[in-house]
Design a protein around this ligand. Structure first.
Ligand code: SF4
Length: 682
């Protein structure tokens, strides 16, 4: 159906945190083409294979276009009134019987900022609970938490514009050219041209690692030791920025006490990275400034995920690589709007603007006109645990496939099967649908207005390109209908997403200066933009951190993962994504990308494959203490002996049956990057 469109509408890519802007071509009310926006400062005329070609999921034959209620195990089409009425009456019954602690809301980053804000407001105002969380729990919560704990603001410190100003870039645990291709390719090109020095920290030899001056291929789960050794080198060789540290950094002595023991030689024994490589990489990062650090889920998805982020911030503070153009700390968020979920209040302990619940209760009670529950709620991981115990009875999920995205799938399924009410608001049935009681069909991002926030804090417009298909509705309208049916219509009087955005502006001063009118005129704007006439603040922490004039170093001691290889489970499994699919694949599996990459795979080294008698393309069983999955083997030089890497996009393989349920003690992110497994040919 490609053809010359009648018109083009500019909007934002629904996939990764780069947040590329697209021109979407429309002919006779249908989307027929997508091309990179000509005016975007983010993607500068580029798009990856997902943003450019993987949009026709919206026309997939299996898209759910009418509300559904499950009766005797079968889905039955119903009217919106019946579906909303059913959900409202069941929620009222459950609240009356078990109280507000028995209900919860989970929000995926498919939805807009405005919808995220309303979902959190619905949980707190209508359900009276703080049991509200987002998909950031399973990807970048450690990034937001780590940055907030140390610097006072959970967002990236700089913008993508600074990539051109950096002299050294360190990429940690990020397969950037596949998962954030437009940014990955920009970094790769600068490295290739010799304009930037590149350090890559990753157990796998990813494409970007091939362009690195130093590739630190550490053993999975040993990041803490590696970064302590880099700090050790920086301190022992006198490479710290003394002026910056004296003026703006506390805690150096305590910090030195901890990293003193982590010599590069000690680190070599634990991480497998040669001591001289650690030394040279540390010297480069500290001296060839300004230096930026980018990171992905390879940094966060560990039992010390939040502390690993503390360490990256420590390195930046020690070397004066904060508060300056071309320097800084840049988490590469997985989903386009995952940063939005964290700051719009979909958090059990934080209100919109990512402010602590306890200290801001009164302010939001005034704004929303109700008394709020002062007790912190459960996060996404705790909600599944509570369902397992029988304490959580009802859950509403906006745009997330919990069964596919949580670890230890067998336990997640048992937990969800105990719920008395599970409501999915989504475009397609997914693995979680089998435990759901109601399905509310949601509009895609091409069918509604709103905003997304990308990985560099930039708020960008999402524009309605076509009318919602069938009877699907934008999530914000679904939330308003639910609130009305629950008797809270007066608290949800919004006529448009812009109305909602204006309330967000009044609740969160950092975006007060970002109006829809201004976004129309100037394009996407990073927050903070506090004044209507003021330019956005692109580099954070220039003269002072959000926590004050000085920040404090946070020393971190290494705690080995409980998932150490054993005789029975001799391999360490890492999970991750490919270029062609996005997260749990619910959108990309319904596009041409499925033809290119039709199934999940597990990468195994040549030596291991030979020892196990596994050929390229053989099906193998991967087994851990938690479960097993069957997946196709790919013999690969990207992984080293003893390590395997599996993709996570297809329910047929569902590698999360295998993944360990161990979580980070600070942010509760599961350790998707380290599970001890055995691998056998089927
Ligand atoms: Fe979309 Fe990310 Fe690809 Fe850009 S890099 S087109 S935002 S998936």
């Amino acid at each position: 159906i490609y053809g010359w469109p009648d018109s083009w509408v500019k909007t934002t890519c629904p996939y990764c945190g780069v947040g590329c802007e697209l021109d979407v071509g429309v002919k006779d009310g249908r989307i027929v083409d997508v091309r990179p926006s000509r005016t975007s400062v983010v993607n500068r005329g580029n798009l990856c294979v997902k943003g450019r070609y993987a949009w026709d999921y919206i026309y997939s034959q299996d898209r759910v276009l009418r509300p559904l209620i499950k009766v005797n195990g079968e889905w039955r089409e119903v009217s919106w009134d019946e579906a909303i009425g059913f959900v409202a009456s069941r929620l009222k019954e459950i609240l009356a019987k078990y109280g507000p602690g028995s209900v919860g809301v989970l929000v995926g980053a498919r939805v807009t900022n405005e919808e995220e804000y309303l979902a959190g407001r619905f949980a707190r105002v209508v359900l009276g609970t703080n049991n509200v969380d987002s998909c950031a729990r399973v990807c970048h919560e450690p990034s937001a938490q780590g940055l907030e704990d140390m610097l006072g603001t959970g967002g990236a410190t700089n913008t993508f514009e600074d990539i051109d100003l950096a002299r050294t870039i360190m990429v940690v645990g990020s397969n950037t050219t596949e998962n954030h291709p437009v940014i990955g390719n920009r970094i790769k090109l600068l490295a290739e041209q010799g304009k930037v020095k590149l350090i890559v920290v990753d157990p796998r030899r990813t494409e970007i690692a091939e362009y690195a001056d130093y590739h630190l291929a550490l053993r999975p789960g040993t990041d803490v030791v590696l970064f302590n050794a880099m700090a050790n080198v920086i301190i022992s060789e006198g490479l710290i920025d003394r002026e910056f540290v004296a003026e703006r950094v506390d805690g150096l002595e305590e910090f030195e006490d901890v990293v003193r023991n982590y010599t590069p030689e000690f680190a070599e024994r634990i991480t497998g990275v040669k001591a001289n490589l650690i030394r040279e990489a540390a010297r480069l990062y500290a001296t060839n400034r300004p230096s930026m650090i980018f990171w992905g889920l390879g940094a966060t998805e560990h039992i010390q995920g939040t502390e690993i982020i503390y360490q990256l911030i420590d390195l930046a503070l020690l070397t004066g690589n904060v508060g300056r153009p071309g320097s800084g700390l840049m988490p590469l968020r997985g989903k386009n709007n995952v940063q939005g979920t964290a700051i719009m209040g979909d958090h059990p302990k934080k209100l919109p603007g990512s402010v602590p619940l306890a200290q801001n209760l009164e302010r939001f009670e005034k704004l929303w006109g109700v008394r709020l529950n002062p007790n912190p709620g459960l996060d996404g991981i705790e909600m599944v645990d509570a369902a397992m115990r029988g304490d959580l009875k009802a859950l509403i999920v906006f745009g997330e496939d919990v069964v596919m995205s949580h670890p230890y799938r067998e336990m997640t399924e048992r937990a969800l099967s105990k719920l008395e009410l599970l409501v999915l608001v989504d475009m397609f049935h997914n693995e979680t649908s089998r435990y759901a009681h109601v399905f509310l069909p949601a509009a895609s991002s091409f069918e509604k207005e709103g905003t997304f926030t990308n990985a560099e804090r930039r708020i960008q417009r999402v524009r309605k390109v076509i009318e919602p298909l069938g009877e699907s509705l934008p999530d914000w309208q679904i939330i308003i209908r639910l609130a009305k049916a629950m008797g809270y219509g007066d608290y949800f009087r919004y006529s448009s997403p812009e109305d909602v955005w204006n309330e967000i502006r009044s609740a969160w001063p950092a975006v007060y200066g970002i109006t829809y009118e201004r976004l129309e005129r100037e394009g996407g704007l990073p927050y903070p933009t506090p004044g209507l006439d003021a330019p956005p603040v692109k580099v954070l922490h220039v003269n002072q951190f959000t926590v004050g004039r000085r920040a404090r170093l946070r020393p971190v001691a290494y705690i080995p993962s409980p998932e150490q290889p054993t005789e029975e489970y001799p391999f360490t499994l890492i999970t991750g994504r490919t270029l062609y699919h996005f997260n749990m694949g619910s959108m990309t599996r319904r596009t041409g990308d499925q033809v290119i990459e039709p199934e999940d795979f597990i990468e195994i080294s040549e030596d291991d494959a030979r020892a196990l008698g596994i050929g390229d393309g053989d099906m193998v069983r991967v087994t851990s203490r938690w479960g097993s999955a069957v997946v196709r083997a790919r013999i690969s030089r990207r992984v080293s002996r003893g390590t395997a890497f599996a993709t996570v996009h297809h329910p047929e393989a569902s590698i999360n049956y295998v993944v360990s349920p161990a979580v980070d003690r600070i942010s509760h992110i599961p350790e998707y990057k380290v599970t001890a497994v055995r691998i056998e040919r089927v």
